[in-house]
Design a protein around this ligand. Structure first.
Ligand code: UTP
Length: 289
């Protein structure tokens, strides 16, 4: 029986160059999607999957993330004094229990593999989740919970995937499958940005993983790969020689908030998903068109 997934690594130390200048003084994952920072949705998704400890991998100048997940006595005091209980509840809804969050400095953004490796001591010897927080996923059963369900069934390592738009497989990490039958399939490989026509499938790695702790030993000595970065994909490809990997084609829609148009799409979509704002949002969008 595989161990339960209790901890998640959230790497947020990248520079967010694709969403500059917005991400110059506000960490990319603190940018707003409708009325909340991206990380608020991500933490909500992780909680729904049973995550009890959140390990943020942060960089310099990202203190706003720690502050967001802490009390704000001044704001809360004023809202209380003014009797604005509804706004107060919104402000407090993302607060963790003391001790539920760890913040680790990556020091240099050497790549996603390096960021994950920085979490090794806090994760210890148990399977864990990795969430790429710039990928927002709208799903009836939250995306990470679908991965945890799959891990409960087959154990090992799980990678969430989804079909790439036609002609765009060369932009993503693409998985190779032993066979394709239903949504959960054993993997035989993965390749980063394959030239068009050489892709082993149309399924790309979309930002939710369940990994076994043996990945840390591999990342420890791993050479730099594509883009001069220590790539998580390279580490996983090595681990696959010793352990099972399954790709889960999760049910839902992904919004890439690390990209300007993706962030715009997420803002529109998440406003339209809100019962209390959908009508007003629709009217505002229509008026613009
Ligand atoms: P991305 O490559 O999408 O993020 O990494 P980025 O580097 O911030 O974006 P651009 O390309 O410059 O616009 C995926 C996730 O991994 C984190 C990023 O913060 C992002 O959440 N990451 C990446 C790290 O934490 N450390 C790294 O060294 C690299």
């Amino acid at each position: 029986m595989s161990k339960r997934v209790r901890k998640a690594v959230l790497p947020v130390a990248g520079l967010g160059t694709r969403v500059l200048p917005g991400a110059k003084t506000t960490p990319k994952n603190m940018l707003n999607v409708f009325d909340r920072p991206i990380l608020s949705y991500i933490v909500e998704e992780a909680r729904a999957a049973g995550i009890e400890h959140f390990v943020f991998i942060v960089g310099r100048g990202q203190g706003a993330i720690e502050d967001y997940f802490d009390l704000s006595p001044e704001i809360e005091g004023i809202l209380e004094a003014k009797g604005k209980g509804d706004i107060l509840a919104e402000v407090r809804r993302d607060l963790p229990q003391p001790g539920e969050m760890s913040f680790i400095r990556q020091m240099s953004p050497l790549g996603l593999g390096h960021a994950v490796w920085c979490a090794r001591d806090v994760i210890g010897d148990e399977p864990f989740a990795v969430i790429l927080p710039d990928m927002l996923m709208a799903a009836e059963r939250p995306a990470l919970a679908q991965c945890v369900d799959a891990h409960g069934k087959v154990g090992g390592n799980i990678i969430a995937v989804e079909p790439a738009p036609a002609g765009e497989t060369n932009k993503y990490g693409i998985v190779a499958l032993a066979s394709q039958d239903g949504r959960l399939n054993r993997m035989t490989g993965m390749v980063e940005k394959p030239p068009l026509g050489t892709e082993p499938s149309n399924l790309f790695i979309s930002g939710r993983y369940i990994l076994q702790p043996e990945i840390f030993g591999i990342l420890e000595t791993q050479e730099r790969g594509a883009g001069g970065e220590i790539q998580l994909t390279d580490g996983m490809a090595q681990l696959m020689m010793r352990q099972d990997f399954h790709a889960l084609e999760y049910e839902g829609t992904t919004y890439d908030c690390g990209d300007k148009i993706g962030l715009l799409r997420a803002n529109v979509a998440f406003a339209l998903r809100r019962p209390d704002f959908a009508d007003a949002a629709r009217a505002a969008i229509r008026a613009l068109l």
